[in-house]
Design a protein around this ligand. Sequence first.
Ligand SMILES: [Zn+2]
Length: 121
Amino acid sequence: MNRQLKFKALYENKLHDVFGISFPDLMVDIPLQRFPFTQKVKADELIQFVGKADVNGYEIFEGDYDNDGNCVIWCTNCNSWLFAQLDVPTKDICIPCHACDGNFFFDEHIQKFETVGNRLL
Ligand SMILES: [Zn+2]
């Protein structure tokens, strides 16, 4: 499998690296500063790695957005990673998927995408 599966977990209003997930309850192992250095928690949200890095080399995760409010989402209609339009001040998604709206700029724009935040934070 070439696709890299990687997740982050929202827990106590922070995003954490995920070392393990147990199914079906979706308990996740996240870092802990002290021994035993991981803890098993029930995440509020799990977000998935999109498989690409942004212009600064940071891995892009679901929900990441840029200065223009382009927010990476999985569109179940398009079956693909695409951009939604985020209203940045409220973190509300106002256009669920640009491609569903006829605007197919994902592949072009993801190459110059610069993450400024994640909509869950
Ligand atoms: Zn779509």
